[in-house]
Design a protein around this ligand. Structure first.
Ligand code: AMP
Length: 215
């Protein structure tokens, strides 16, 4: 059976995680987020976590060999997936192509979530996450019902440690220099689709569903 995958591309705060979670819930795509995998490794103090921690704190990219191993493991036995936060540079994209050849898989679409820089900063500074279940909130657009507590777990929400102004600036410049070239990469392959991601999460989701309709 052929594996199929879609890639969500876009700057930090463009809604990749939010949309990937919906795709998982509604259509059974397995959500593979390298950021989530790395944060888990850091929390658990694994060897990968120990390497990743300092890069993440600075908003820099974690070395490719670490990331590729994580993705390779995450893809094991999975036949329908959405990639969130990977690939992040051309070399990772080329390695992903190799992996797909080896695993008889195919990336059918790379969906670019477009958001302006001002909106990114606004969103990331207002982002809060539940340390227990990982649910993501935004204090302005999707606040929790009860004062800074998770609607599901009741646990106090926290800010991601890399959601501060200095690190955000760095992550944006890493995005521009290293990740944005992937827009061309997937355009040349004829699988890039751009979506206006400043709209509401529901509108963005509907646009994604139109794009992947056939699944
Ligand atoms: P994210 O949750 O996708 O915003 O990722 C948080 C941080 O994890 C990034 O700023 C990077 O330090 C690291 N990271 C996540 N995915 C990758 C990747 N594909 N390659 C390198 N570093 C990554």
């Amino acid at each position: 059976m052929e594996r199929i995958g879609i890639i969500l591309l876009g700057p930090p705060g463009s809604g990749k995680g939010t949309q990937a979670k919906e795709l998982e819930k509604k259509f059974g795509f397995v959500h593979i987020s390298t950021g989530d995998l790395l944060r888990k490794a850091v929390r658990e103090g694994t060897p990968v976590g120990k390497i990743a921690e300092k890069y993440m704190r600075e908003g820099a990219l974690v070395p490719d060999d670490v990331i590729l191993k994580l993705v390779n493991e995450a893809l094991d036995g999975v036949d329908k997936f959405v990639l969130d936060g990977f690939p992040r540079n051309t070399s990772q994209a080329e390695k992903l192509d190799d992996m797909m050849r080896e695993k008889s898989g195919k990336i059918t679409k790379a969906i670019l979530l477009e958001v302006t820089d001002d909106e990114i900063v606004r969103r990331l500074l207002a982002r809060r996450v539940c340390p227990s279940c990982g649910r993501v909130y935004n204090l302005i657009t999707s606040p929790p019902k009860d004062d800074n507590k998770c609607d599901v777990c009741g646990v106090q929400l926290i800010r991601r440690s890399d959601d501060n102004e200095d690190t955000i600036r760095n992550r944006l410049s890493v995005y521009r220099n290293e990740t944005a070239p992937l827009i061309d990469y997937y355009e040349r392959k004829g699988i890039l689709v751009k979506i206006d991601a400043e709209k509401s999460p529901d509108e963005v989701f509907n646009a994604i569903v139109r794009v992947i309709g056939a699944h």
